[in-house]
Design a protein around this ligand. Structure first.
Ligand code: OOB
Length: 558
């Protein structure tokens, strides 16, 4: 490995190397066992274009005039944009903060940067000034790529604020109407002209053992962190996921979640689909209106959702009966999927369900497609790679007995050994022998699959008794009147914290705290587990990728 072990990230503010490589011994093993190898991700697109040149790589844009890029066109667009970026003075190792929604430019810019060895910092479209300024300064980004507007929000205005607050950001790159700023179209045109006239010398391909992209942690505590994913680890992540999902050139993958999220980007997502010559269809919004039309028109075969969206799709489809005949696989992950909802997916959408328990930090667990549906309804699957190492431990870091609940620790060929420029945090987020301490509470079933029981800190401490929010939420969801549930602490003078159940009701339903308690007691729940307060809301706040946002909920009604 070429990158040095960085122990004090702050000492290297301008280095692209603020990451912790795998120890030599592991790097050698992952290469020897075939997990790592091959060229950098940008070069792979050349191979894919040589193989599938005329096939459609990307479909994007409004229903009125979809943009269709063949593999050959995508390959060329990436070269043009790469030449444009080079002309702008962007150099290998530089970071660019990319905040693009699901449009064709997301893919062309991503590959342009991968080719140059310029590192994308993949922000989500829903991020706003506080997160963006934090990510820009933490990464030392030299540019910020935005859409003109998205969902009624003018990202160019945000970009102007960011450039003022973080002067290291020298360029704003705009997809769409750029106004006085630099348009990605214009940049690609300038790059194409330079290439035609032989003025664009491509820099050498980047080291595939080095960082390819910086993902944003989905953590709900503290500021977002950056996760360095290398060309090799991310290529394996995408290709092995594609194989597990049986993806072939005949598939059409719908990007319904924001493309910058690990799940639709590489599990198998965009990168996995392109790697097998499939077509990537970008949905401008995950709403059933937009998605169902695209599924019918483009004959979509596979897509990925978070549970909150899966529920919206299933409810809408039950009513509207859209044409989803082409859909063979619906992946659901990112948060707890309840078994009842999972069971409604095959009959209503006509697709198999696959649960995916993953994290931007690496480890992916999948339910397998050659196993009984029941496992996909009730478990979160098992690790992707034979080389994934898992420990389920108690609060002292000792392995729990088989079948018991404990914290999931993991290391493996696509689970990095540290966050980017975060030496202090890394000391506690990783064990001394390199396991990532996920904070997820899991147990392993007899079938070898994992079940996620909650988060380690997501408990309400009522006078010394710990009530697991995840466990209580699962019981609440079993109530027919409850569509969504989140359990949070409420300040209580006597016991410190009391248990507040925040719920969204099923259409037309009503509910009282008394009825909830009676229902839970009937299920055999201990008295200390029962909620003290019930709050009914029309909707729960969601994170940038669409998970229930408990931090925001606590802020509103803690
Ligand atoms: C995915 O990645 P992140 O980084 O946004 O969030 C990771 C966290 C996990 O640590 C876990 O707490 C939760 O989200 N989670 C799940 C879950 N999948 C993720 N909790 C329960 N059940 C699941 N199936 O969310 C992500 C990344 C790649 C693929 C899929 C999801």
């Amino acid at each position: 490995m070429s990158a040095p072990l960085v122990t004090d990230a702050a000492a290297q503010p301008d280095s692209a190397d603020g990451w912790v490589p795998w120890p030599e011994e592991f790097a050698r093993r992952y290469a020897a066992e075939g997990y790592w190898g091959g060229g950098p991700l940008g070069d792979r697109l050349r191979d894919w274009a040589a193989r599938s040149g005329a096939a459609t790589a990307v479909v994007a844009g409004p229903a009125s005039g979809p943009v269709r890029l063949s593999y050959a066109e995508l390959d060329q667009a990436a070269d043009d944009l790469a030449a444009g970026l080079t002309q702008l003075g962007v150099a290998p190792g530089d970071r660019i903060l990319v905040q693009l929604p699901n449009r064709a430019e997301f893919v062309t810019l991503l590959f342009a940067m991968l080719r140059l060895g310029v590192i994308p910092v993949l922000a989500l479209p829903a991020h706003r000034r506080v997160e963006i300024e934090h990510l820009a300064s933490l990464s030392g980004a030299v540019a910020y790529a935005v859409p003109d507007t998205y969902e009624g929000f003018d990202h160019r205005a945000l970009a102007r604020d960011v450039v003022t607050a973080v002067p290291a950001v020298r360029h704003v790159l705009v997809a769409g109407d750029a106004g006085a700023l630099t348009g990605l179209d214009a940049l690609a045109a300038a790059g194409a002209a330079a290439r035609r006239e032989g003025r664009a010398a491509a820099p050498p391909a980047p080291d595939p053992a080095g960082v390819a992209v910086l993902l944003i942690s989905g953590g709900t505590t503290g500021k977002p962190k950056l996760i360095p994913r290398t060309h090799w680890d991310y290529a394996y992540n995408a290709a092995a996921s594609a194989e597990l999902c049986g993806l072939t050139a005949d598939d059409r993958y719908l990007v319904a979640l924001p493309a910058a999220h690990n799940f639709p980007l590489a599990c198998p997502g965009i990168l996995g689909a392109l790697g097998v010559g499939a077509t990537v269809v970008m949905a401008s919004s995950p709403s059933p209106d937009v998605a169902f039309d695209l599924i019918a028109r483009e004959r979509v075969t596979v897509t990925a959702l978070v549970p909150a969206l899966a529920r919206i799709w299933v409810d809408a489809a039950e009513w509207e009966r859209p044409d989803t005949a082409s859909l063979r696989l619906l992946q659901v992950g990112g948060a707890r999927l309840d078994a009842e909802l999972a069971g409604r997916i095959p009959p209503i959408l006509g697709a198999r369900v696959q649960q995916v328990f993953g994290m931007a930090e690496g480890l992916l667990n999948y339910t397998r497609l050659d196993e009984a549906d029941e496992l996909a309804f009730t478990t979160q699957g098992r690790p992707l790679a034979p080389a994934d190492e898992i420990r389920i431990v108690d609060s002292d870091g000792a392995d729990v007995a088989p079948g018991e609940v404990g914290e999931l620790w993991t290391r493996g060929p696509y689970t990095p050994r540290g966050y980017y420029r975060a030496a202090e945090h890394n000391a506690t987020a990783f064990s001394p022998d390199g396991y990532y301490r996920s904070g997820d509470l899991v147990r392993r079933t007899l079938s070898g699959n994992l079940v996620v029981e909650g988060r380690i800190k997501d408990v309400v401490n009522r006078g010394g008794e710990n009530v697991s929010a995840g466990e209580l939420e699962e019981h609440l969801l079993a109530h027919p009147a409850i569509a969504q549930a989140a359990v949070i602490a409420a300040a209580d003078e006597q016991v410190g914290e009391s248990v507040r159940a925040v719920v969204v009701l099923a259409p037309g339903a009503t509910l009282t705290l008394k009825a909830v308690k009676a229902f839970l007691r009937e299920r055999g729940l201990a008295r200390f587990m029962l909620p003290d307060l019930l709050t009914v809301l029309d909707a729960l706040p969601l994170t940038a990728v669409g998970k229930i946002d408990k931090r925001e909920l606590r802020r509103r009604i803690g």
